[in-house]
Ligand binder design. Structure first.
Ligand SMILES: Cc1cc2nc3c(=O)[nH]c(=O)nc-3n(C[C@H](O)[C@H](O)[C@H](O)COP(=O)(O)OP(=O)(O)OC[C@H]3O[C@@H](n4cnc5c(N)ncnc54)[C@H](O)[C@@H]3O)c2cc1C
Length: 459
């Protein structure tokens, strides 16, 4: 027999639990179906644990560089990987517990730990139970993509999920993929003391970024001992002693590399396969994403898709924003949409990259008349005082309206500082307003007016 609910949510990532709580708070009878753990990727094997590990890696880096600041530490700096993992587990555990306690406290919300799959447009199976609702919300997220290289299943390869169990120091960590996840792990493990090799089929790291940003990222990581093999593909994978042997191809040249550990960081695959979407009449696109309109509605009335699985964002903040939009529209009769959402994200190497809006490449492609300014971080007093002068700041503005089109800040505090430009951009405030504002000295942000004063037409 089918059990009736006001709303069913499949997947407890970064929008599902919040929507479930909001609906339950409004007195709705809600089922939240999650097959693994509350909080999804971000809390369990994404943002929270990686940034906790980045913090440990930063502490190791600071200790090794202490003498440069006149601080004397006796003996060599070593990293206790068991303690690093224990700290990470504690932070993650506290986050999951607070989410679990909150969800558990909501009287009309039932948390069902099982796989949810569609039976029809209004019915979902969870284990032996069949649930019915006229409103179903999918927040099933994505998982690490693993190519079917010959031999891959015969080796103990790692993904962002299994990396979370590592409590010993890899002697040589090989990472496939020089994008955001791969780069964060690369610097982190180099700082912990591993030899790190990154294999990338393209010519540069973070290929979505402008070439000068990629080059600066490469400099930062290479200066810390990370080795890159660009324009290189993996042909096969095999076991070698206690580790992994990769057969590589670069142009016509063939080679191999052997490592103790092998992390696959080659993007994410949406978790659409387990949902039995056909039963609801929903088709995915060719990459497995569920198409939605700007209000996050699928083509089937009464079914929404939020978070990474809709292919309209790949971040915690986009998933959470999806929740806010859907909640407003469903509960409060709103008409909010993602149509004007400004792309924003960070790359949490150290120093971090904060990115908003369009890149220089995108502005050039768009044909817009624009102005651009670039400043190396070596010109920023704050960076000099901190002894961290790597990176650069770049800003692009519309030549006519003087509004911000996009910015990249790769440097100390870049992930935070870029928000000052984001606020201008969203408010449609001309950049000249920021130039007339007094900023705190000595900060990185105080140099943004100086950066803006140097805007020149994009040739
Ligand atoms: C290593 C790493 C680092 C990252 N760092 C950042 C960062 O710093 N900042 C940032 O903004 N983003 C980061 N991300 C991305 C971020 O984690 C995701 O964008 C975010 O978690 C949003 O995901 P989501 O809400 O779509 O679902 P997810 O968090 O992926 O959760 C989906 C949930 O659905 C469940 N599920 C799937 N199928 C079913 C089913 N059939 N039935 C029941 N349950 C199901 C899964 O078990 C999972 O718990 C990172 C990702 C990774 C991998």
């Amino acid at each position: 027999m089918s059990e009736q609910f006001d709303a069913i949510i499949i997947g407890a990532g970064q929008s599902g639990p919040f929507l479930a709580a909001k609906l339950a708070g409004a007195g709705k009878k809600v089922a939240l179906i999650e097959k693994e753990h509350l909080g999804g990727t971000c809390v369990n094997d994404g943002c929270t644990p990686t940034k906790t590990l980045v913090a440990s890696a930063r502490a190791a880096w600071s200790a090794r560089h202490a003498a440069e600041f006149g601080v004397v530490l006796k003996g060599p700096v070593t990293v206790d990987m068991k303690a690093v993992k224990a700290r990470k587990d504690k932070v993650v555990g506290a986050s999951v517990k607070s989410l679990t306690d909150w969800i558990g406290s909501l009287k009309t919300l039932e948390y069902i730990k099982d796989v949810g799959s569609f039976v029809s447009t209004t019915e979902v199976k969870a284990g032996k139970r069949t649930l019915t609702s006229r409103q179903i919300f999918i927040n099933a997220g994505a998982t690490a993509s693993v190519p079917d290289w010959p031999g891959i299943n015969s080796v103990p390869y790692l993904t962002n999920t299994s990396m979370m169990n590592i409590d010993t120091l890899p002697s040589h960590l090989i990472i496939a993929g020089a994008s955001y996840i791969g780069l964060e792990f690369a610097q982190m493990y180099a700082r912990f003391g591993s030899k790190v090799t990154v294999i990338e089929r393209g010519p540069r790291p973070a290929s979505r970024e402008d070439e000068d940003i990629s080059a600066a990222i490469r400099d930062i990581l290479e200066a810390e001992g990370v080795s890159f093999l660009f324009n290189t593909t993996i042909e096969a994978v095999a076991k070698a002693g206690h580790g992994v042997l990769l057969s590589l191809k670069s142009g016509e040249r063939r080679s191999s590399v052997e490592g103790s550990h092998f992390l696959v960081a080659l993007g994410r695959t949406p978790n659409s396969a387990s949902l039995n979407l056909e039963a609801a009449g929903i088709e995915t696109d060719e990459r497995g994403y569920i198409p939605v309109d700007d209000h996050l509605r699928t083509k089937v009335k009464g079914i929404w898709a939020m978070g990474d699985i809709n292919g309209r964002g790949a971040f915690t903040h986009t998933s959470y924003n999806d929740f806010e939009i859907v909640a407003d529209n469903v509960l409060d009769g709103g008409r909010r949409s993602i149509a004007k959402r400004v792309p924003v994200y960070g790359l949490f190497i150290d120093p971090p990259l904060g990115r908003i809006g369009m890149s220089e490449t995108e502005v050039r492609k768009s044909g817009k008349k624009a102005l651009m300014a670039i400043m190396p971080m070596s010109k920023v007093s704050r960076a000099k005082e901190r002894g961290e002068t790597q990176g650069l700041m770049k800003v692009l503005v519309d030549a006519q309206s003087k509004e911000i089109l996009g910015a990249a800040i790769l440097g100390i505090g870049g992930d935070e500082i870029v928000h000052s430009l984001l606020q201008l951009m969203v408010a449609g405030t001309p950049y000249t307003t920021m130039m007339q504002t007094v900023h705190i000295h000595p900060t990185v942000t105080e140099l943004i007016p100086t950066l803006l004063a140097d805007l020149k037409p994009l040739q």
